[in-house]
Design a protein around this ligand. Structure first.
Ligand SMILES: Cc1cc2nc3c(=O)[nH]c(=O)nc-3n(C[C@H](O)[C@H](O)[C@H](O)COP(=O)(O)OP(=O)(O)OC[C@H]3O[C@@H](n4cnc5c(N)ncnc54)[C@H](O)[C@@H]3O)c2cc1C
Length: 490
């Protein structure tokens, strides 16, 4: 199978590729089946199709088998088998990752967590939730909100991503501006290390200073250091009031200056999302949602929450004034659940909406210090012009985290790939020059691994590789992610 990375380089995966790993033959398949049961082993090509891709554009590699285990013990037995026979294994949650983390680029076995999807406990007294790692993030939100509690991390993919995937990617979301990311809420994990050992680290305590923090080592490790099977998360009290503002600006510069002004005034918005004009045009066409200000060059979607109506009102009015002083043409206040849902649907579905106008695209996620976002957007505009590539941007402006989409539309493929191949490293260099880095929340996975050295020095990369080697000497767990596999080394 021929694949192309964002820089336009080709990769070859799948059958026929020389590999240091063993193939899963019929004897081995039988041993895998003995662990999970016949009904939980998938091996027909059509069954495996979906396990060979995630949401990364243009990347797929069919696994040799896929399983749906039901317990940590079964996962442990599978990892032991993987070491015994030396075949690659990876965990898969919702398959919504966008850097190829769940794509089995070296073949082998995919472990789907979909059967491990129970909310095990909501401990209202300790304000903690215990879930199996395959729980869909939105289901946890619903379960805790019914009890007046709140789990803040809200990746825009929350209707299909899982807590295990969120842990592995340290997922953020719009509310990260006020509440932080996944790492800030997890307190305990049961996980299976690459050798098959089951560890149990942390629990319902809000503090923990017991040895190396293995939970935090696993968070953001992109499924390369262990497979989470059970997760404990701390909860907050659900804010009673939520108000959203949709604010149109005549240019992106004015929009991001308003973001900086809001933050300097410490008005504690819950979310500040940025969308450029093309984003809204595309959304309006695809979702048929009326966009109130369709001639604006940029929009901010700002959320404020809290418990005291007077104070919430004061904060959103102050934010509104800053926006108007900063050049906003108008402000639309959404305080009814129906309207709020509509404007957030526009934002959450942007990724899919963009795909319908340009099925071939490359998207990147870069992050800079909050006050550098104007310089980042100006630099992105410059890269688009100089490379002759259409770029549309949106994202978490309040965090300095922008999703940059390079669209092909109906351009000729080879010329477009060549231009994007030059534009992508320029984008990463720009982010690093501004004091930022090459991923804010989507991880490195497969599609960014060739750029790691733009963001990290050799000593940092060597330290990461050494952690990986010590936990997974056979390199069986999600090989080829974050770093390429060194085929010469056993
Ligand atoms: C429309 C859309 C919107 C998005 N919005 C956001 C956003 O706002 N914020 C954000 O941060 N991301 C966002 N993402 C990216 C993605 O949803 C997140 O990275 C998410 O955390 C992935 O979860 P998943 O369950 O789908 O993981 P998968 O895609 O299945 O896997 C991702 C990685 O996690 C590993 N993994 C999965 N489960 C486990 C486990 N139990 N133990 C160990 N490793 C595991 C996999 O091996 C893989 O490396 C978005 C994606 C889409 C398509």
């Amino acid at each position: 199978m021929d694949q192309v990375n964002p820089a336009g380089q080709h990769f070859f995966f799948g059958r026929g590729r020389k590999t240091m790993y063993e193939k899963i033959d019929s004897d081995l398949r039988k041993r895998i089946e003995d662990v999970v049961g016949t009904e939980n082993l998938l091996s027909l090509p059509e069954e495996l199709e979906d396990y060979g891709r995630d949401e990364t554009p243009g990347l797929s590699a069919r696994p040799e088998a896929a399983v749906r285990p039901g317990t940590a013990g079964e996962i442990s037995a599978l990892l032991k088998l993987a070491n015994e026979y030396r075949f690659p294994v990876l965990a898969r949650g919702g398959g919504t990752g966008v850097t190829g983390g769940a794509v089995p680029v070296h073949g082998g076995l995919v472990i789907g967590l979909e059967r491990m999807n129970r909310v095990v406990e909501i401990d209202e007294k300790n304000m903690m939730a215990v879930v199996e790692a395959g729980v869909i993030t939105e289901n946890l939100h619903r379960a805790v909100e019914e009890r007046g509690l709140f789990y803040p991390p809200d990746p825009a993919s929350l209707d299909s991503c899982t807590l295990g995937g969120n842990l592995a990617e340290d997922a953020g979301g719009p509310r990260a501006v006020k509440y932080g990311v996944t790492r800030d809420y997890l307190t305990g994990v049961e996980a299976i290390l690459p050798g098959g050992e089951i560890i149990d680290y942390g629990g319902k305590t809000v503090k923990n200073a017991t040895g190396y923090n293995l939970l935090h080592l696993l968070i953001g490790s992109e499924g390369t250091l262990g497979i989470a099977s059970r997760i404990t998360a701390r909860l907050l009290v659900k804010p009673e009031i939520r108000v959203d503002l949709l604010v149109p600006f005549p240019s992106y510069r004015e929009a991001v200056e308003a973001v900086a002004a809001i933050q300097k005034r410490r008005l504690a918005p819950t979310a500040i999302e940025f969308m450029d004009r093309q984003c809204l045009e595309i959304s309006r066409r695809v979702l048929q949602n009326p966009v109130p200000f369709d001639d604006a060059a940029a929009h901010l979607l700002i959320e404020v929450d809290g418990d005291e109506p007077g104070r919430v009102e004061k904060r959103y009015e102050a934010i509104g004034e800053i926006c108007l002083e900063g050049g906003a043409a108008d402000i639309r206040v959404a305080d009814s659940p129906r309207y709020q849902e509509q404007i957030w649907e526009t934002r959450r579905k942007l990724r899919d909406s963009i795909k319908t106008v340009s099925p071939v695209k490359v998207s990147q996620d870069v992050v800079v210090p909050r006050m550098e976002i104007a310089a980042l957007l100006a630099g992105i505009e410059q890269i688009g012009k100089s490379r002759g590539v259409e770029i549309i941007s949106y994202g978490h402006a309040g965090d300095g985290n922008v999703h940059v989409n390079f669209l092909k539309r109906d351009r000729e493929e080879a010329g477009w790939r060549e231009a994007v191949g030059k534009a992508v490293p320029e984008l990463f260099q720009l982010a690093v020059r501004l004091g930022g880095t090459i991923s804010g929340e989507h991880g490195i996975g497969f599609s960014k691994r060739d750029y790691l050295s733009l963001a990290l020095n050799p000593a940092a990369i060597a330290a990461m590789r050494s952690i990986k080697r010590s936990l997974d000497p056979g390199n069986i767990l999600n090989p080829g992610k974050i770093f390429p596999v060194d085929e010469g080394k056993k």
